[in-house]
Design a protein around this ligand. Structure first.
Ligand code: FAD
Length: 530
């Protein structure tokens, strides 16, 4: 038999390199071993202590469990058992896995590679334990389009600047188009599995091997709402993708979510798809202009290859990356996702709480919890920052322009250690992904790879005027400002009289932009200075 170890980033059975390979091996064994041989078994580990260490949040975990339930339905139809084990710690996993393999005549173990340091060590331990037990174990590259360490500079190093890396990434794919080929879905096991010894592996819900309703410590308070906003399953992910690539607005249940999400439709009368308009739509927080696929990509409910293939299907089968068209721009974002994962793999220190730009580890931060709390609650007095933070609290998701603005605000205006914000995002966002989140925060705070230069400090008011010109996004999330007309919505404290401002019940800015900017410039210019 062959065991596929499903990871937190590979929650699908379609177009999944690992399960496809495991299924292939099982078929080979079946051919060689005859009736009853060569079955595929899938196992998933619930690991609350690791989740705690890695700041996983209840929404992300609830999304994992929901997707597992969808996967179980699919696997049941294929007579493939899904075992869900709760492992007190990552360190126990190799032993549990090997014991399981021995008990159920498993000869080969397959998984997909994960680049985060702890996960790498875990998988090295699995390889070692499997070798010692006389089993084969293989980990395949699945999560990114181009595997890490495949692209290097002329001097043989990992790129640390996105643009040349992106050119190398594009050229590499163009030369190796098989990289975006679809992997086959797993073959079914024979029905007979259910009446044989392995039949015991089905339906063990009541014995602690099933998918729990929730995991202790990860109860999701707004589970119902999350389920509505972010339906689970690869069929949902494919629908979200197709509506983005082809949809023009208002034509399906997913498009309709836009109003609920506080986004207006992108040009509902336009003949253009959201993909074609992405170059414009992605910069407007108020519009439904991005795909909102991030929770699905982060959990591997859809593959990035499927994303690229979908854009090719509507674009004469051409693979394009750049900034000229909506398709090119969107594919460039898929490239960013790979870039940040490659950086993490090549510079594991970013996984260990260290800065990519080491000199900024000496920057002097503030430690005022009340400022941090005001930021988390969306009460900073800067409307775009507050709208974005309230969007995150409500939806477990934030528009990219919002993410850049709130991250810059926390690290430069409030001078709070950006890792506090990173942690809050990890714990609250449903699309939590270590590489993208860490790099996004490190970019915004000028401490990461290819960062925003320290002297470029986002002005939250002008960002607001650019990303939400009519204040629609702000008014949706910050009801205190709904009555305002014109430009006042971007900076009510400055633009209204004292009396008018006080009537709003909206907080005064917690820092003065000009002073905060000067302090940040001073501290970044000379790390260590106050
Ligand atoms: P689209 O604009 O439709 O892009 C398509 C896909 O490309 C996204 O789903 C995502 O997988 C990828 N992508 C887009 N932008 C980026 C980017 N800048 N970096 C890496 N990948 C990108 N993304 C996450 O998936 N998880 C996170 O935890 C996360 N944290 C972030 C924190 C900060 C401070 C910042 C600045 C960015 C963060 N991002 C994160 C990246 C980006 O904001 C989100 O991927 C994007 O907003 C998701 O919306 P979407 O799916 O509609 O994206």
């Amino acid at each position: 038999n062959v065991l596929y170890v499903m990871g937190m980033k590979s929650l699908r059975i379609e177009d999944n390199r690992g399960i496809a390979h495991a299924s292939h091996l099982a078929q080979e064994r079946k051919k060689a071993g005859g009736k009853g041989a060569g079955n595929l078994i899938v196992i998933f580990f619930i690991s609350p202590t690791d989740w705690k260490m890695h700041d996983r949040g209840p929404r992300r975990i609830d999304f994992v469990l929901r997707n597992l339930r969808e996967i179980k339905k699919q696997l049941d139809e294929l007579n493939i058992p899904l075992m869900v084990y709760t492992s007190p710690s990552r360190k126990d996993m190799p032993k549990t896995l090997i014991d399981f393999a021995k008990q159920w005549d498993v000869k080969e173990i397959v998984g997909n590679v994960e680049y985060e340091v702890d996960e790498c060590w875990r998988d090295v331990a699995i390889l070692k334990a499997a070798g010692e037990a006389g089993l084969y174990a293989t980990f395949l590259e699945d999560t990114y389009v181009v595997p890490a360490f495949h692209l290097e500079t002329k001097t043989g190093h990992q790129y640390a600047v996105f643009s040349p890396w992106n050119r190398a990434w594009t050229a590499h794919i163009e030369k190796n188009m098989h990289l975006i080929d679809e992997s086959p879905s797993p073959e079914a096991n024979d029905k007979g599995i259910r009446t044989g010894k392995l039949g015991n592996l089905f339906d063990r819900q009541g014995e602690g091997f099933g998918i729990p309703e929730y995991v202790e410590g990860y109860e999701c308070k707004d589970a119902e709402y999350m389920r509505k906003l972010w339906p689970a399953g690869s069929h949902s992910a494919r629908k979200v993708l197709s509506n983005f690539v082809r949809g023009k607005g208002g034509e399906s249940a997913f498009e309709d979510r836009a109003s609920e999400l506080g986004h207006k439709q992108v040009a509902p009368d336009s003949k253009d798809s959201r993909l074609n308009r992405y170059g414009i739509g992605r910069n407007l927080c108020s519009e439904n202009g991005t795909s909102r696929l991030s929770p699905y990509l982060a959990a591997g409910v859809i593959s990035p290859r499927a994303c690229l293939r979908a854009t090719m299907e509507v674009d004469k089968n051409k693979f394009k990356v750049g900034r000229s068209t909506g398709t090119e721009t969107w594919n460039t974002e898929i490239s960013f996702r790979d870039f940040y994962a490659h950086v993490l793999a090549a510079f594991p220190r970013v996984c260990m709480n260290h800065f990519f730009v080491q000199k900024y580890e000496r920057v002097c931060w503030e430690y005022d919890d009340s400022l941090f709390q005001a930021w988390t609650e969306g009460r900073t007095g800067y409307p775009l920052v507050d709208a974005a933070m309230r969007q995150a609290s409500q939806q477990g998701y934030m528009h990219n322009r919002g993410r850049m603005t709130v991250a810059s605000f926390l690290s430069k205006h409030l001078m709070l250690d950006w890792r506090k914000g990173e942690r809050w995002f990890n714990q609250n966002l449903i699309d939590q992904d270590f590489a993208s989140n860490n790099a996004g925060w490190a970019w915004s705070s000028s401490c990461g790879v290819d960062p925003q230069p320290y002297f470029r400090i986002f002005n939250p008011t002008s960002q607001s005027e650019k990303c939400d010109p009519k204040g629609e996004y702000i008014k949706h999330y910050v009801p205190e400002l709904r009555s305002l007309e014109g430009a006042a919505v971007h900076n009510p404290f400055e633009r209204l009289s004292k009396g008018e401002f006080e009537k709003l019940g909206y907080p005064k800015p917690i820092v003065v932009h000009k002073e905060a900017r000067e302090r940040a410039l001073r501290r970044f210019k000379e790390p260590g200075s106050t």
